[in-house]
Design a protein around this ligand. Structure first.
Ligand SMILES: O=C(CO)COP(=O)(O)O
Ligand SMILES: O=C[C@H](O)COP(=O)(O)O
Ligand SMILES: [Zn+2]
Ligand SMILES: [Zn+2]
Length: 309
């Protein structure tokens, strides 16, 4: 199957109350782990590349790795730019063959966000490429901006933004955040479902995106720390809240931190258990397997995207 846009995936996800996983990829083992899980589960998927991933792997390499993944497995795959900071980077990856881009103007004033997003939409739609935009601000570190506090998405602004830009999906802020430290240890994690419902009721059928949606499984944190790591106080979005979001208008759920934690825990354990080993395949292999298992769990128990091809 060639690369596809999220159109059909999201139409079905919306109707049937599941979400498509958007997994951040940086190297071959991550891509292979994700692909193996999606193949076993017969799940659609989005592979997303941040500017940092593009810099780390190189655009040509990441493009070719994804091309190999698509050739290797018979699955619908979207190749998406995560947090495109401006028109230029979106154009660059569209020209390189990505099927979807995110223009993240959430740090800009409303009118400037609209103008930049519109510019990307015009270029992308002309080439059949999907555009995700963002309105509202997640707390914590985003790729290019740090926000002390979140600014939840205003429903009126969301409607106006989508109408005026023509963007195909919208990332909103309802309480998630990037990274491994999403909630205080003693706080009960919450998402603003009322806001999500209001936005959804104003734009029926329109796909919503949730960033910062890793669950930070405590088993990975414990394993990291048991083998020399110092990941203290990490807490993610409970799976039940994500399932609820997926059953509503949320069609795309972004996961990066859980991949990092699963891999790092496996690598730490492997190196500790095998101190004489210096063959990278012997610790990257278990790391790849850990990514596969984590993604399979996510598809079955959080996203609900098994057998949705
Ligand atoms: O939103 C993300 C990528 O855009 C990833 O979020 P996490 O840090 O929760 O995995
Ligand atoms: O939202 C950000 C993603 O987790 C990507 O992170 P990165 O910029 O370190 O690649
Ligand atoms: Zn953002
Ligand atoms: Zn994000």
């Amino acid at each position: 199957m060639p690369l596809t846009t999220p159109k059909n995936m999201f139409d079905r996800a919306y109707k049937e109350g599941f979400a498509v996983g958007a997994f951040n990829v940086n190297n071959m083992e991550i891509i292979q782990g994700i692909m193996a899980a999606c193949d076993e589960e017969r799940s659609p998927l989005i592979l997303q590349v941040s500017a940092g991933a593009k810099k780390y792997a190189g655009l040509v390499y990441i493009r070719k790795l994804v091309e190999a993944a698509v050739a290797d497995k018979d699955l619908p795959v979207v190749l998406h730019l995560d947090h495109g900071a401006n028109y230029e980077i979106c154009k660059e990856v569209i020209d390189a063959g990505f099927s979807s881009v995110m223009i993240d103007g959430s740090h800009l004033p409303f009118e400037e966000n609209i103008a930049e997003t519109k510019k990307v939409v015009e270029y992308a739609h002309d080439k059949g490429v999907w555009v995700e935009a963002e309105l509202g601000r997640l707390a914590g570190m985003e790729e290019h901006v740090y926000s002390e506090k979140s600014i939840y998405t205003d429903p009126d602004e969301a409607v106006e933004f989508v109408e005026r830009t023509g963007c195909d999906s919208l990332a909103i802020a309802i309480g998630t955040s990037h990274g491994a430290y999403k909630f205080k240890m003693d706080a009960e994690p919450e998402l603003d479902f009322e806001r999500l419902d209001t936005i959804a009721s104003r734009m029926p059928g329109y796909p919503i995106v949730l960033h910062g949606a890793s669950s930070v499984p405590q088993e990975f944190v414990t394993e990291c720390n048991a083998y020399g790591g110092q990941v203290e106080g990490a807490k993610g979005v409970p799976e039940a809240l994500l399932r609820k979001a997926a059953s509503k208008a949320v069609c795309k759920i972004n996961i990066d931190t859980d991949i990092r934690l699963a891999m790092t825990a496996a690598i730490r354990k492997s190196l500790a258990d095998n101190p004489t080993n210096f063959d990278p395949r012997k610790y990257l292999g278990p790391a790849r397997e850990a990514v596969k298992n984590m993604v399979a769990h996510k598809i079955r128990h959080v996203l609900g995207s098994s057998n949705k091809i």
